[in-house]
Design a protein around this ligand. Sequence first.
Ligand SMILES: Nc1nc2c(c(=O)[nH]1)N[C@H]1C(S)=C(S)[C@@H](COP(=O)(O)OP(=O)(O)OC[C@H]3O[C@@H](n4cnc5c(=O)[nH]c(N)nc54)[C@H](O)[C@@H]3O)O[C@H]1N2
Ligand SMILES: Nc1nc2c(c(=O)[nH]1)N[C@H]1C(S)=C(S)[C@@H](COP(=O)(O)OP(=O)(O)OC[C@H]3O[C@@H](n4cnc5c(=O)[nH]c(N)nc54)[C@H](O)[C@@H]3O)O[C@H]1N2
Ligand SMILES: [Mo]
Length: 670
Amino acid sequence: MRTNCPRDCYDNCGIVVRSGKGGRVIVQGDPDHPVSRGTLCAKCATAYNGVWQDPEARLATPLRRVGPKGEGAFAPISWEDALAETAERTQQVVDERGPAAVLHTHYSGTMSMLAFMFPLRFFHRLGATEVEPDSICNLAGHIAWTYMFGTSVAGFDPRTAADSSCILVWGANPSHSAPHMDKNWLGDFDGSVIVVDPIRTATAARADLHLQPYPGTDAALAFSIAHELGAMAAFDTEFIADHVQGVAEVLPAIETCTPEWGEEQTGVPAGDIRQAARLYAAGPALLWAGQGLQRQPTGANVMRAVGLLPALTGNIGKPGAGISYLNVAAAMLGADFDELSGTSLAQNGAPKVNHIGLAAKLENPERFGALFSWNTNPVASAAEQDRLRSALCREDLFTVVADCFATDTVDYADIVLPAASFLEFDDLTFSYMSPIVGAQQKVREPIGEALSNQEIFRRLAGAMGLDEPELHETDDVLIQRLLDQLDLGLSFAELAERGHVYLGREPVDFFADRRFRTPSGRIEIASDAATAAGLGRAPVPTADAREADGIFRLLSPASQWRLNDSHANDRTIGRRAGPATVTIHPADAADLGIAHGDPVRMQNSAGQLEVEANVADIAPRGVLVSYKGRWPKLEPSGANVNVLHEAISSDIEGCSAVHATRVTLELAQG
Ligand SMILES: Nc1nc2c(c(=O)[nH]1)N[C@H]1C(S)=C(S)[C@@H](COP(=O)(O)OP(=O)(O)OC[C@H]3O[C@@H](n4cnc5c(=O)[nH]c(N)nc54)[C@H](O)[C@@H]3O)O[C@H]1N2
Ligand SMILES: Nc1nc2c(c(=O)[nH]1)N[C@H]1C(S)=C(S)[C@@H](COP(=O)(O)OP(=O)(O)OC[C@H]3O[C@@H](n4cnc5c(=O)[nH]c(N)nc54)[C@H](O)[C@@H]3O)O[C@H]1N2
Ligand SMILES: [Mo]
């Protein structure tokens, strides 16, 4: 049988399964899938045949807490009891303090459409407060590019690379975060590849040109590339006249940002800045702006500055040109995700809080009386790990966690609800890079009594006496409606037979009409909306200063071996990935008397972490690298890198600037 991988990943691989022993299935790559071409990445191939099908590791029944919060001591209970207790205690909070005192946090544990979005109907109807999910990941970039291009979710179709001469990958690391796009798409590309990343990633090492700026200096870099493009007369004056607003407001700054100035600000040699301008100007050129790029204090400004390059050279809205941040083609082409998530059910304006500062809000007993966490593992992934843990210890915070596994977050729950995995129910998948929709087929029975997210929240709505028909629609109806909206002319069974389908035979170009969904209909370099949000009318050539002596800047991007914190509890993966490390520049290590393999301690106001030193020259001096994705409770120190994640916002208040974490570093004795 065919199915598709719903992880939070650019690739969205096709899968074939064969039946294995004892109700298990053997999970492999689908040879007919254009992105993955018959193989799965090492992490998913391992974990899907490992921990995801391990009945010992999976949550099999609902649980009720029997020990102190955080300890993870539970007794099994029936679904009926779990839902009745959850309904009663949630209703109590609603009655006493209003529905907004119920907080729910969720993200992309699974991104299959129904399991990802349908539960929102319940929370919208309830009137609960939502933790804005993107504020831990990519919200600053979304807001910035929406001001500029009118949308941040219309990306280029990777198939259009056949017409490109250059792909500029800016602040993404596909060698980890999109391994099949990296190997099969970038790897096959005939033109030039430029990578802009403070880390010499595997993608950067293979590129024609690697620009290695100091973190947080990308706006200065973009302006100096723009300077060189101007000097080469590579601006598309006709495109600018017809489709771009506000160029005059950035030209004076561009004029002063020479490549030599850029080198001073960013550490990138002026010659490389000139070379990048030449390769990009040859065009048509694609720009892929990563999500890591904007997790910086000036992240929104950086995104707008980087967006200058396609705007000034007209590299958008024609074959082989374009921009991609997130490409949610299914939504652009008809899938009504507002309907699926029931936004119209929200009667109180769907209140939100952001991730950064969440621990402080959660520890305040006046603010929230109940917490639901589903499809996410904030104790592992969110900021201020120590502070969050103590907030979650509040006895008066009724906490419900739905997950497939007994995560660190589960350990703080009053009630635990076992979620079925993607192998265990039907759904639809989409990629946030390629315009592909896939069938997620039920290929095996659920482990124990696990239920899909959508079934969990249908039943909970029932237990709470909420009877709006939208809260009880069945998966069959929801799936068929999405297929109809996408106008594919396929039933689920037909799609499942094929595995996946491209939305559009030819490469899709969402900007072909060059009508941008901004207030002016043009690309808005200068934006009144941005001014209103306190961002500045136009991007500016900022560069974060180098840290003071003794302070290091810590990057903690996507790990090769884990998908966020998912798969971290797979033993084989744990063995292959080895212990947690921090990569230190050899000169910095020498200064501190640190040798490869030494235990070292990083520390800041949020907490401290001991890991092993990996001495290697992959990032500029003063920059440390320690990949995200470990389960705190499986680490010797009981913490992961987010114990160091201070509540620093980007220029969009409350959005993560995790890649600007600052720490001290020292040898840890014994
Ligand atoms: N230091 C540092 N921290 C980061 C980042 C970083 O770059 N550096 N990146 C941030 C980013 S980009 C993101 S997106 C967040 C992600 O952070 P999280 O959203 O917390 O991601 P995971 O830790 O993988 O947690 C997802 C959980 O969903 C569960 N799950 C999987 N499928 C299902 C299902 O069908 N139903 C339910 N109920 N649960 C399911 C998984 O078992 C897993 O425990 O982390 C952020 N944290
Ligand atoms: N294997 C694996 N794949 C994943 C994930 C995972 O955890 N593991 N997570 C998934 C999720 S949720 C997301 S959001 C995506 C994220 O995937 P990406 O978009 O690739 O983002 P990151 O991995 O956070 O960071 C990418 C690169 O940005 C660089 N970076 C950091 N700061 C700066 C800066 O100031 N300037 C520049 N130019 N670069 C900078 C980092 O060095 C890093 O190499 O990946 C998804 N895919
Ligand atoms: Mo993310």
